[in-house]
Design a binder for this molecule. Structure first.
Ligand SMILES: [Ca+2]
Ligand SMILES: [Ca+2]
Length: 212
């Protein structure tokens, strides 16, 4: 039992997050409280993260996609998402410019971090999205399988036809074709809600909202 003291950020951390995110002090404190309510240990493990995704996508198998997103979030440690990881990713994906969002998304697809998205990397992510939500999505014929969807993206994005997407090709390609933006699950308009808490139930739903 015992009443745990309400989690509060140290002022040095607050200072850091104020400089490295788009959030106000009050928003940072709100997110901090939320995060600690959902994650009493102060961080999220891969298993916990997968369970969150499973709650939001009960009809499909979200475990593989959840792992990709987890790796993208967990930039400071390999095995857990800290509050800082969470807040910085949220700042980019919710409030960043389109370029910043696409840059962040590029990193999700470039799983080996070599600076290019290979066909394999694209296929694996698309496949994991189809496993998660494919059964409830209405897909046009030329996107009906992960392979078709991967081919469609590469046909449009791979300007120099070298079989891989550079960061520029990915960002320019996604910008030039709104339908591909939908395909990539990228929200084109920045979220302008004054209070992040009000716009989502909790920190956990805000994570899964990023790519759906
Ligand atoms: Ca790569
Ligand atoms: Ca290329």
């Amino acid at each position: 039992m015992g009443n745990k003291p309400v989690a509060k950020l140290r002022s040095t951390d607050l200072e850091y997050f104020r400089q490295s995110t788009t959030f106000t002090d009050a928003e940072i404190q709100d997110w901090y409280k939320c995060f600690h309510k959902d994650c009493p240990n102060g961080s999220l493990t891969l298993d916990e993260f997968k369970k969150i995704y499973a709650q939001f996508f009960p009809a499909g198998d979200s475990s593989t996609f959840a792992e990709y997103v987890f790796r993208r979030f967990a930039t400071n440690h390999h095995d857990k998402i800290s509050f800082g990881d969470f807040l910085i990713a949220l700042s980019i994906t919710a409030r960043g410019t389109l370029d910043e969002k696409l840059d962040w998304t590029f990193g999700l697809y470039d799983t080996d971090g070599d600076g290019f998205i290979s066909r394999n990397e694209m296929f694996n992510i698309v496949d994991s999205i189809y496993k998660m939500v494919g059964s409830v999505m209405q897909l046009p014929e030329d996107e009906s399988t992960p392979q078709k969807r991967t081919d469609k993206i590469f046909n449009t994005f791979d300007m120099d036809h070298d079989g891989k997407l550079s960061r520029d090709e990915f960002i320019q390609g996604a910008k030039s074709d709104p339908s591909i933006m939908n395909l990539l699950n990228i929200d084109r308009t920045p979220i302008s809600t004054a209070n992040p808490i009000r716009s989502s139930n909790n920190t956990l739903s805000s994570m899964t909202r990023l790519h759906t």
